[in-house]
Design a binder for this molecule. Sequence first.
Ligand code: ADP
Ligand code: MG
Ligand code: MG
Length: 866
Amino acid sequence: MKNIVWFSEGTKDQKELLGGKGANLAEMTSIGLPVPAGFIVTTDVCRQFLENQQLTQPLVEEIIRAVATLEERTHKSFGGNQQPLLVSVRSGAKYSMPGMMDTILNLGLTDQTVQALAANTKNPTFAYDCYRRLIQMYGDVVKGIDKSHFESYLTTYKHKKGYPSDQSMVAPDWQEICEVFKSIYMEHTQERFPQDPLEQLLSAVQAVFRSWNNPRAITYRKIHKIAHDLGTAVTVQEMVFGNSGAASGTGVAFTRDPTTGHRGLFGEFLACAQGEDVVAGVRTPRPISDLAKTQPEIHAQFSAIAELLENHYKDMQDIEFTIEEGRLFVLQTRNGKRTAKAAVQIAIDLVSEGKITKKTALHRLTPDMLDQLLHPIFSPESLAKASPLGQGLPASPGAAVGRVYFSAEAAVSAHQAGEKVILLRQETSPEDIDGMVVSEAIVTSRGGMTSHAAVVARGLGVCCVAGCDQLAVDSFLKQARCGEVIIQEGDYLSVDGTTGNLYQGALSLVASQDFGLLQTILDWSKERADLVVRANAETIEEIKTAASFGAAGIGLARTEHMFFGEARIWPMRQVILAETTEERQVALSQLKTFQLNDFKELLLQTKEQKCVIRLLDPPLHEFLPRPQEYEEMAKRSGYSLEKIKQRIHDLQEVNPMMGHRGSRLGITYPEIYEMQTAAIIEAALQASEAGSVVYPEIMLPLISIPEEMRVLRERLETYIRQIFAHYQKEVPFKIGMMLETPRACLLTKELAPLADFFSFGTNDLTQMTFGFSRDDAAGFIQRYLDKGILSEDPYQHLDKSGVGQLMEQAVASIRQQTKGKAIGVCGEVGGDPQSIAFLRAIGVDYVSCSPYRIPAAWLAIAQSAS
Ligand code: ADP
Ligand code: MG
Ligand code: MG
């Protein structure tokens, strides 16, 4: 095993061993670019070092031999009095972690060699500038002396001298600074600044190895899910000097704009400066285009190299370069970091330039990039200045700013007065819908990813942060407390639904919408996709949005939302309170008129495509009148107040989510499902009369007993036949069921022949498999995540080992029993890119999700298909 690899020996594919920086320096050397000579101490050595906390003697000897070789190659001598060789010692791991680990420049300078450098270059200003940089960097990285000790002295010095910048400093100034820096070094370490170049080098190598484990590097790896045992390589490289005069300088450039993705060199340059000055912001760099005026040949040479590198790596490059006395050197290249928009733009452009295939382009993107393209975001500048007030679940992406209101009514009237509003509630319920629709964002202090607020917000494409448990919401006092901060009605709040962060005040927003780019990626994804994406949608608005994102029909239209609103809620209440079937029929026939229209619109909007309509699912009490409405209810129904109270009391349930809902309602009150079925079928008849081809598919929720399905199916089918007979006309229809209880999944063998299609409701299935209440789980799931008991929230990402296992065997058993029956997924994880690969693998035919998640779902399918 080799411990040391020369640039001339390595390739770009050895990132694991040489680190990204080292591997690319090697690659650039072998394709003939001007790279200062050097060698790489491998990550293997780093891992050994971190274990033993020391360099072995053979390794030390190997490094000494490598330095000797470097001396020969550069015709310079390390620690020498004639042509002193200086080197940088650079960190670089497999994955780039910009600025997280350490690098030291100008190693090899001592009181002796600095004089040689000064004499040699006839430039003492430059030589002592290098030396003071070394003392500071070495002090910081090797000895942990805070940079500020050095910097504040330098600032005071310049101030005293009346110098506007470092540029005014001359040799005696830097000489004096070097002396002071050495004494600062001494003060903190009780040691002299090392005068043996080899000691400097070996200590630097060890310090860079150690920087793998500095706190900021560890945090960065946690955030980016990078393994902690990879280690960093160390690159030892001959120094070239951008600070050696006016014809020298240093810069960083991207081959395309990292914000917009547009083609063309984009970067910054500083004349007479060394490496870190550009990032450190000591002076304001100039745009790289300036170089075209001052040093046109260098600019042309660099442009050619940039293009060559981009073509070689077939991706946008981020390149570090230095000019020493009119000679150009390349010091680093890597695939450049970029915004979501730039990533999509660059992927598309590289395909049209013939550099990569569509498949490669799709794999370069992540599904959340498409999410980001659809929603506005906070400007990076305003985010840099803000610190989050609190954090909840990122329930619906996007960013929003508005004034806080604590009730739907207040939100609506503020909206009517022209304000942008944020609805802040403990949790939302169906009655809040009017307020939710007009809000820029919805924030709740309780509830999870499948809470009412989250589900509705995603459907609407409204930003939402759910379950922010640091918030104590008092809607009566119209205020919320978050730690020390009190939020009053009308206060500005900024909400980031992509990260879950809340910020006090109004951050600035930037639109990142770019539908043209999105369309191209959608088209390419659909070409490769081998299962389809349908929409969870019921309003015209949602269906249109879904269609524009390429939805292949509707996978779930929820009918419960169709019973709210003044005109419908009262007959609905009448249905529930009715004592006799006859009474119920009267109210139902009123509702049927509405439903018929709803379904006709729905079917016409999705014509030619499958449209799954789910019959009423929620617990009945959600529709009941509130105490202040009892009076009116009594008037409208003719029942006594007493009777109404009694009936409502009877209908209360201890655990409504597991109570009288779904197909259980269909069994106990068959008239409700018959009314809905009649409305669907008559709507379909009317639509087909008008010349449209429609495919209504009726779905029964929450089945867990085959007999439930048999009874309901028979009853509805008989009823449909009667309708056909009455109209003397037929339309194709299907009756299917949801698979959302563990029992249904276990009994698919019996259920398979009873339904025409199946759809997994993963929200309920997760709730019942874990026994985690959907409405209450957010609080303790967070603690489970913190403690590492769960690695993921099962409502966000499908629990493959438990819920997934039930699903997998259910699909297999349905496929064994019957052929050609569609199996889909309409729960939340149907739109989760991370879950999609698994769903595809177990063989479902489609996933269905809320409209704004459709693009990411298509991309996730395309990525896992090829
Ligand atoms: P980082 O990973 O933080 O960018 P680098 O190892 O790339 O750290 O080095 C920091 C700065 O020093 C960069 O601007 C780089 O170009 C410059 N630098 C590194 N090695 C040399 C060298 N041998 N000669 C001149 N400049 C160098
Ligand atoms: Mg760098
Ligand atoms: Mg359900």
